[in-house]
Design a protein around this ligand. Structure first.
Ligand SMILES: C[S@@+](CC[C@H](N)C(=O)[O-])C[C@H]1O[C@@H](n2cnc3c(N)ncnc32)[C@H](O)[C@@H]1O
Length: 210
């Protein structure tokens, strides 16, 4: 085959991934033993993961980012900052990865500003739906938490209804809504929304015992 007919190399073909085995314990990737870890779904440029690690030396956090480019860049950055032993960002679709995890391995799940798609044909791409909420109910420990943020009011209403419809979850405080982010770390989109003066809708739920 002449060089001109070689296919172009796939960008970020070596992006960090979960091990290939069908079942994967994410705690083992972070040396956490039996201790539940934190999870961020769709960390994008990774600002929340990095600030969260800086805010609490006990935090171990896994990011699942479907975009290979950002998973690669952020995972490298974590290593460069000396956080490689207690944090990874892997190039995975959370909807496919979570079913491979054991039950009760996650202490907190964060989903910041998911689902920026509006067209009907993009509905299949939405990450935070009924199936993902069911998986979160399975992987989060009793007493564990889910924290979701968005700047789109209708999306917040939809996510709130989805979480309220799952009997495993109850509002963390009296209301599912939180005025502030209590986790000592902000996502890049959260910072941008704050700079732009956009309202941020925050949802905070607790996982009940079975
Ligand atoms: C609007 S961006 C928000 C990024 C970041 N959470 C923030 O708040 O700055 C949504 C992110 O979710 C990622 N994403 C979308 N669907 C995903 C999925 N099924 N699994 C993992 N990541 C996903 C996108 O690639 C993107 O990085």
């Amino acid at each position: 085959m002449s060089p001109s007919t070689n296919p172009a190399p796939r960008p970020y073909a070596n992006a960090p991934r979960l091990p290939e085995s069908e079942l994967v314990d994410p705690r083992a990737l972070l040396g956490a033993g039996d201790t539940p870890i934190e999870l961020e779904i769709g960390p994008g440029r990774g600002g929340f993961v990095i600030e969260r690690l800086a805010s609490d030396p006990l935090v171990r956090i896994l990011g699942l980012e479907v975009r290979r480019k950002w998973a690669t860049i952020v995972d490298d950055k974590l290593r460069g900052l000396g956080y490689g032993a207690r944090a990874r960002v892997l190039a995975e679709d959370a909807k496919q990865a979570l079913p491979r995890f054991p039950a009760r391995c996650i202490a907190r799940a964060f989903v910041h500003f998911p689902d920026p798609w509006w067209k009907k044909r993009h509905q299949k791409r939405l990450v935070l739906g009924e199936a993902l909420v069911s998986e979160l109910a399975r992987v989060i420990v009793p007493g564990g938490e889910v924290f979701v943020q968005t700047d789109v009011a209708e999306r917040a209403d939809r996510y709130e209804a989805l979480l309220l419809a799952n009997p495993a979850f109850v509002p963390y405080l009296e209301s599912p809504r939180r005025a502030e982010n209590p986790f000592g770390a902000r996502s890049p989109r959260e910072r941008r929304a704050m700079t732009d003066g956009l309202p941020i809708h925050r949802l905070h739920f607790r996982r009940l015992p079975d």
